[in-house]
Ligand binder design. Structure first.
Ligand code: ZN
Length: 374
């Protein structure tokens, strides 16, 4: 009797949780009437007055998208703290079909949903391009594009990104849900004395004005918006930036040998264990960048893993003990596992996050034991 009452209570609780979850997500989730397939994204970090990195950026994004419906009179996506100055819609022949007045854009501050009204319905199964020009802002804490610095004889700025789970919308207007996967191509403007890395290989650099350059990165694999990442810094690379490297402040270069060796052995072991080598997932590059201030310890961006300095840097007498080395191995093995579990195969919604973390947690222990780094 007790058992059946308990089962009834559990059933009622499960129904309530489902109903509450549905109500909470109503109004927040994107409809799947319009799907993006490609983001052509340019972000220009403005130089500050003293020649360093400024606290705002000019962004331009051209999103290729489609619908399979015949009655789509608006496109809804996300943005947060971006000031849009231009919104244009192009058809499949790249002919401008609508210059959308900024005042006609509908924006909900609570849900971050941005709705672009259309004068004519989209034609089903044809490519359109939705273009935005906007200003975004660099933050000193939290998520989005983050500013930090390290000190040698003077202070040096580092800009890193943290976009999981819902912060890509702080960097560019986008369909900021994990199931809305697409390819991305990034161009990144930066002052000349800095260098930049992103998810994929640097394929070219062009000069822009006296003191700035634009780096062009290769097209990413199909991935979620939260996977996009870049680091702008004066970091030094141990290894090859176009393939496999650890990037750190130059004075930490001598202390990244251990983490480099661990990462090399871990990726080799995964390539054997999974019978699907990393490069076959669709990205040739795997970089690790340090962050002195990173709150979350680590972020598994595809091709550009960001790890806290205390994990990647082993300083004699300070962070080179056995326990610390074990933590380094576990963290590197964990973040690399996400290239398979989370990045290549992705959750459809955040309620399945435990699957990402469950697999990565299992393999961090399994692989750390396998590689047996001393
Ligand atoms: Zn994880």
């Amino acid at each position: 009797m007790k058992g059946s009452v308990l089962r009834l209570q559990l059933l009622i609780a499960a129904i309530l949780v489902t109903l509450i979850a549905r109500n909470e997500s109503d109004g927040y989730r994107l409809r799947r009437s319009v799907l993006p397939s490609f983001y052509n994204l340019t972000i220009n970090i403005q130089a500050s007055r003293n020649g360093g990195l400024g606290y705002s950026f000019i962004g331009e994004v051209a999103i290729t998208l489609q619908t399979n419906q015949s009655d789509v009179y608006e496109i809804t996506l996300h943005k947060n703290s971006l000031d849009i100055s231009s919104c244009l819609v192009y058809n499949k022949d790249r002919i401008l079909c609508q210059n959308v007045t900024i005042t006609s854009l509908k924006y909900d501050q609570e849900t971050h949903l941005l709705t672009v009204p259309l004068l004519e319905a989209l034609t089903a199964n044809e490519n359109y391009t939705l273009y935005f020009k906007y200003t975004g802002y660099v933050k000193s804490r939290g998520q989005g594009v983050l500013s930090e610095f390290y000190k040698t004889d003077k202070y040096h700025s580092v800009y890193i990104t943290q976009l999981e789970p819902v912060y890509a919308r702080l960097v560019f207007p986008c369909f900021d849900e994990p199931a809305f996967k697409a390819k991305f191509q990034l161009r990144l403007g930066r002052p000349s004395e800095y260098n930049a890395v992103s998810n994929t290989r640097l394929i070219g650099t062009t000069k822009k004005g006296n003191n700035s350059y634009v780096d062009h990165f290769d097209v990413t694999p199909i991935m979620s918006t939260y996977q996009l990442a870049f680091v702008i810094s004066k970091y030094q690379a141990r290894g090859n930036r176009s393939e496999f490297a650890i990037l750190s402040a130059p004075e930490n270069y001598n202390y990244t040998e251990f983490s480099f060796n661990v990462a090399e052995r871990v990726i080799d072991a995964y390539n054997k264990v999974f019978d699907m080598p990393y490069k076959n997932l669709g990205n040739e590059v795997l970089l690790f960048a340090t962050s002195g201030w990173f709150d979350d310890n680590a972020m598994d961006n595809w091709g550009l893993i960001i790890l806290s300095e205390k994990i990647l840097v082993q300083k004699p007498g300070y962070t080179d003990g056995h326990t610390n080395k074990e933590i380094t191995c576990l963290n590197i093995a964990h973040e690399i596992a996400h290239m398979w579990f989370g990045n290549s195969v992705t959750l459809s919604w955040w309620s399945h996050y435990w699957l990402n973390e469950g697999f990565a947690r299992f393999y961090e222990i399994f692989l750390t034991h396998q590689v047996n780094v001393k």
